[in-house]
Design a protein around this ligand. Sequence first.
Ligand code: IMP
Ligand code: MG
Length: 179
Amino acid sequence: MNNDVEKVLYTQDQVNQRLDELANTLTEKYQGEFPVLVSVMTGAMIFTSEMMKRLNFKLNVDYVDVSSYEESSESTGKVKLIQDLSHDIKDRPVLIMEDIIDTGHTLKYLVALFANRGEKSIEICSLLDKPDRREVDVEADYVGFKVPNEFIVGYGLDFDGLYRNLPYVGVLKRSVYEK
Ligand code: IMP
Ligand code: MG
């Protein structure tokens, strides 16, 4: 599995250190706010659970499953809701946890969906940001790392369902997705 990785961008230690910093910022900001943490499946699963252990305030956790990628490394721009929230978010602060913002279509869709339900506020926390690829105007309020325009795997991010369990953030070899 590791042989398919071109290079490691952020080691497990580097990610852990950055998560500590992000969690401290969020813990200050959300004290007494009682937000619903919304994890975007499946990519944000590891990021969400690693962050949750570090967040020192009362929260509920929920998740949505959306799909935008269809077994390729290119986004289609179309977002489909596969699994909705189980919490009512009316008058609740919502904090979306995402693995990466690429074109921005997924988050734009989710922000609009939640805004319709009368949430109190909405913020986005993304492990990674790939700003060069943005097609719609959406930014995260909290970002772990900016990454170059390459195909990233590990720490929850997959290619065709694989590599999510790599404990670091790396670039996938082109030969893997171009064959
Ligand atoms: P967006 O809608 O284009 O912003 O794409 C968001 C989703 O596409 C993310 O939640 C990821 O699941 C997936 N994605 C985007 N870029 C990458 C990547 O480099 N590696 C793996 N998944 C990615
Ligand atoms: Mg995703």
